[in-house]
Design a protein around this ligand. Structure first.
Ligand SMILES: [Zn+2]
Ligand SMILES: [Zn+2]
Length: 289
């Protein structure tokens, strides 16, 4: 199984327009891997796309991805859905008569489908593209796996139960993809066994403390700590999952950690016996069976 990080950023991508912090200026000057676009992952083989941030159009072109068997959405949040017009851009036929658009299957886990009806005009836009013939929306039921090209994809809810993670299984290869929102979650809550993972992909979480000095960065009263899992809590999840390899993504500009800082942090984690890598845009990983 080959997994590609089309975008490794979070809700605040790097560089942020108008920001001249050290991280943003460096990203402007040096590009990838210092620059980070919105959260999106592509699974080569089943050719499954997970989430469409604003930059998805550019991300697909940059990575040279042609075939997309389907796209599954993890949750309704704008940083994961606002590139949804890509289906029109990619598939519409505005010249042929009768029009012969391409059509992409859009898989919505049960709660995501329900939230699409309430949030951000998502349902309305997907209805528009359905009429246009550029998408086909397929609603999934909790507890039922999707199968694409020999890969079983099981969506399941996290503790923030409007958000889904995915267990991907192919010929004994087992990969967990959790794009975002781990707050309050621990692996023993999963309705599927997460033992024996070859790879776990998780959001890195919020750095409540400076990762090198331990200095407190966020006031303990700050509401973000009630909404987001912290980086230290994420490391507890990494230890408890015990995957052979872990990749942390959804890296916010607000963390103020450059690509080089994260490399150094990786070395610290490796010394503590943790096989953790921080994702970057276009990073591709082959998961050995
Ligand atoms: Zn997000
Ligand atoms: Zn900045």
């Amino acid at each position: 199984m080959r997994i590609e990080f089309l975008g490794s950023g979070g809700a605040t991508t790097t560089p942020r327009p108008g920001c001249h912090c050290r991280i943003c200026d460096e990203a402007r000057e040096r590009g990838v891997p210092y620059a980070r676009s919105g959260p999106s992952i592509f699974v080569h083989g089943p050719d499954l796309l997970i989430d469409t941030p604003e930059e998805i159009n550019l991300q697909l072109n940059r990575s040279g991805i042609d075939r997309i068997a389907g796209c599954i959405y993890s949750h309704w949040h704008p940083d994961h859905t606002m590139g949804r017009r890509v289906w029109e851009t990619r598939n519409v036929d505005l010249r042929g008569w009768p029009p012969e658009p391409r059509r992409t299957n859009i898989y919505l886990p049960e709660q995501v489908a329900s939230d699409f009806r309430e949030r951000l005009g998502l349902q309305e836009h997907f209805d528009f593209m359905t009429k246009q013939g550029t998408v086909q929306v397929i609603e999934l039921r909790d507890g039922v796996a999707l199968e694409l090209d020999g890969v079983e994809i099981m969506p399941f809810r996290l503790a923030e139960d409007y958000v889904y993670a995915f267990l991907l299984v192919e010929d004994g290869i087992r990969v967990l993809v959790a794009p975002d929102e781990l707050h309050g979650w621990s692996p023993d809550q999963a309705p599927v066994s997460l033992d024996d993972l070859d790879l776990a992909i998780l959001p890195m979480g919020v750095t409540e403390f400076d990762v090198f000095t331990g200095e407190r960065l966020i006031d303990p009263e700050h509401r973000v700590l009630n909404l987001e899992m912290t980086f230290n809590e994420t490391l507890d999840v990494v230890r408890s999952l015990g995957a052979r390899q872990t990749i942390l993504a959804h890296i916010e500009e607000m963390e103020q950690l450059s690509f080089d800082d994260l490399r150094e942090l990786e070395r610290t984690l490796h010394r503590d016996g943790m096989n953790v890598t921080f994702a970057w845009d276009t990073m591709t990983v082959d998961v050995p069976g």
